[in-house]
Write a protein that binds this ligand. Structure first.
Ligand SMILES: Cc1cc2nc3c(=O)[nH]c(=O)nc-3n(C[C@H](O)[C@H](O)[C@H](O)COP(=O)(O)OP(=O)(O)OC[C@H]3O[C@@H](n4cnc5c(N)ncnc54)[C@H](O)[C@@H]3O)c2cc1C
Ligand code: FES
Length: 278
């Protein structure tokens, strides 16, 4: 018997593709997926018609927004950075194109029971799942602050929107084209202290997530990190996304990033093993 939380495999429809800086913002009609999703869930999209085995290629994308559009029901929005063949195929789709996807997948962000102070750290396109999270946390009475980071202005995701979602927003770019010049790690200790964060949520590169987990621990805060490790299937079937962790029993083990994650507690990740394997 399927539960309201089980992922669905559906043929979706592209409602729109818009350019946002270096990214493409896709709105997809995906019946049932939107209704089941929680902040931190992702969808696995089948990218096709590229090579002989294209029907087996699936790429994962964070669910950025869920919106109710009267005529098409609830839709999902994803942010795609066109890079290799798969993401270029996806961002090249026109309005009305059909696309197979499975979702919502993965373990979402755990949310605090008390109204605490939360710092949300998002790097590049990976900031996508933090916006619905910010809304949920605010509904729970949490104080939400955001740190958005990118290589340059083109890769900075939705900084204006962040100002509506958070009490304070800090921006850092590596080239200094907007906000402060530097990286997440440069401003993190100061920011955690400034907002007196109880929880840090982060989505970005493994190096950035490691920096957030370490700084949060030093500050005495919990951390939840959303990992983007390569995922051949995204559904827990292939064991192709090994994530080294320490279990609650203190024993080191390997779990599947797509199924036991992709959101995990920062202090549970064996960062050295992960970075060495990356
Ligand atoms: C949980 C999660 C969330 C993510 N969220 C986002 C997001 O919100 N936005 C974003 O931009 N990225 C996101 N990513 C990254 C995204 O999944 C892709 O990795 C990224 O878009 C790069 O795609 P690409 O075009 O370079 O991949 P490709 O060039 O298509 O390559 C991907 C892999 O598939 C193989 N492959 C490609 N085509 C075929 C084929 N026809 N047959 C067989 N193998 C093939 C390649 O060899 C490679 O191993 C996320 C990843 C994860 C794990
Ligand atoms: S990607 Fe296949 S098990 Fe995680």
């Amino acid at each position: 018997m399927s539960s309201a939380r089980d992922p669905l495999h559906v043929t979706g429809e592209v409602l729109s593709v818009k350019r946002i800086g270096a990214y493409r913002h896709l709105t997809l009609v995906a019946p049932g997926v939107a209704e089941r999703s929680r902040p931190g869930n992702f969808v696995a999209v089948s990218v096709g018609d590229l090579r002989p085995r294209s029907h087996q290629t699936r790429l994962s994308y964070w669910i950025h927004r869920v919106r109710n559009t009267g005529s098409h029901g609830a839709t999902i929005e994803i942010i795609v950075e066109p890079r290799g063949a798969g993401s270029q195929w996806l961002t090249g789709l026109g309005q009305g194109s059909r696309v197979d996807l499975t979702g919502p997948l993965g373990r979402p962000f755990a949310q605090p029971k008390e109204p605490v102070s939360c710092l949300l750290v998002g790097e590049g396109h990976s900031a996508a799942p933090l916006f619905p999270l910010a809304e949920r946390l605010r509904e729970r009475g949490c104080v939400v602050s955001m740190l958005l980071a990118a290589s340059d202005e083109q890769h900075l995701l939705a900084a204006l929107e962040a100002r509506r979602s958070a009490r304070s927003v800090t921006v850092v770019t590596r080239d200094g084209s907007v906000g402060r010049s530097g990286r997440v790690a440069d401003v993190l200790p100061e920011l955690l202290a400034q907002v007196d964060a109880d929880v840090a949520y982060a989505a970005g590169s493994v190096e950035t997530l490691h920096a957030v987990a370490a700084a949060a621990e030093a500050h005495g805060a919990w951390s939840q990190v959303a990992l983007e490790l390569p995922q051949p299937c995204g559904t827990g079937l292939c064991n192709g996304c090994p994530l080294p962790v320490v279990g609650e029993d203190g024993v080191a083990r390997i779990v599947r990033a797509c199924h036991e994650g992709p959101v995990v507690r920062g202090d549970r990740v064996r960062w050295t093993a992960l970075l060495e394997g990356a």
